[in-house]
Design a protein around this ligand. Structure first.
Ligand code: SER
Length: 315
């Protein structure tokens, strides 16, 4: 990767991936775009307002900027996707389709995240294998499975260098996720610092896979820089760092903030989504094929999250 385009750079992943990639590949070589203006990203390098559904504008930018790698991060998340399924399909698949086409025409590598949401209630729940039943029951998941297959199709049919990981819930402290089922694991840290109490929308006992953003950013680069000869899979690799329930993350925070309290007000939509997803993924293929290994666990992540959020001096 030499000249990189990030589509949907203003979101939870993009807002940190842009900074991360600019440090590695040089500020001017990482072109950030989003449907909304973003002053923070424009301060450290090139930024353009771009609607990923506008295929012509996307192709024009890729050609003008001599792009050789695209990160397509455009997506409505799982819970908001259930509120607006048709819009989720149009945006999630529209952005992917345009990215694949432009990658084919201009010979770019393409990274698009998939998710634990690509699995469904008939997938094995524990240590969910890399290759297994994938019948998701959310529009978000339907888009992710279709996207994985379409990306593999572009690789085998046209030789487009498409690569992807199935991200677990991502925990971060720069930009909020918004509309996802795993968002609670971000919000809980902010509320612990801000108000000392948290009302959890996910029921007790519900395990989901999670990862701290620094691991997720490293995964993007390591997969995209991996030797293609070693990749048996492409779209998309199971990766994970930890798996916990609401009461486990609560207990971890309470160790550091003894006054912190949590109660539950379960959101039925998020409850159903969470129940349909795996408890924990098996990421052996990612480890074997490109050396994936997480560096953060629940304890080290909790120390860092609380530290960073405390410094924000939130009211
Ligand atoms: N974090 C996403 C969501 O909860 C899952 O990939 O929708």
């Amino acid at each position: 990767m030499k000249r990189i385009l990030i589509v949907g750079a203003g979101g939870q992943i993009g807002s940190e991936l842009t900074t991360y990639l600019r440090k590695i590949y040089g500020d001017t070589n990482v072109i950030a775009t989003d449907v909304r203006p973003n002053e923070r990203l424009a301060e450290t390098g090139p930024f353009f307002t771009l609607d990923a559904l506008d295929a012509e504008a996307l192709a024009g930018l890729v050609s003008r900027e001599k792009i050789d790698a695209i990160f397509n991060l455009v997506a409505l998340l799982s819970a908001v996707g259930e509120a607006k399924p048709q819009v989720a399909w149009q945006i999630n698949m529209g952005a992917l389709n345009n990215s694949l086409e432009v990658a084919r025409q201009y010979n770019c590598a393409l990274f698009t995240p998939s998710s634990i949401g690509a699995f469904g209630p008939t997938s094995p729940k524990d240590k969910t294998p890399q290759d297994t039943v994938m019948r998701p029951t959310t529009m978000y998941g339907v888009c992710k499975v279709a996207g994985e297959m379409l990306s593999d199709y572009y690789f085998t049919r046209y030789g487009v260098d498409t690569r992807s990981v199935r991200f677990p819930g991502l925990i971060s402290n720069v930009t909020f996720p918004g509309g996802g089922t795993t968002d609670y694991a971000v919000e809980i840290y902010y509320e612990a610092i801000r108000t000392g109490k948290f009302t959890c929308p996910i029921p007790q006992g519900e395990y989901m896979d999670m990862m701290y953003m620094p691991d997720a950013l490293r995964a993007c680069v390591e997969l995209m820089e991996a030797d293609p000869a070693k990749l048996i899979h492409r779209n998309s690799f199971n990766i994970t760092a930890m798996s916990f329930t609401p009461e486990i993350i609560y207990a971890e925070i309470k160790k550091r903030l003894p006054e912190f309290t949590m109660d539950y007000n379960v959101d039925p939509v998020k409850q159903a989504i969470a129940a349909s997803w795996p408890n924990s993924l098996d990421d052996t293929c990612a480890r074997d094929e490109w050396g994936w290994k997480p560096e953060w666990n629940l304890s080290s992540m909790t120390d860092d999250m609380l530290d960073v959020i405390r410094k924000k001096n939130l009211k």
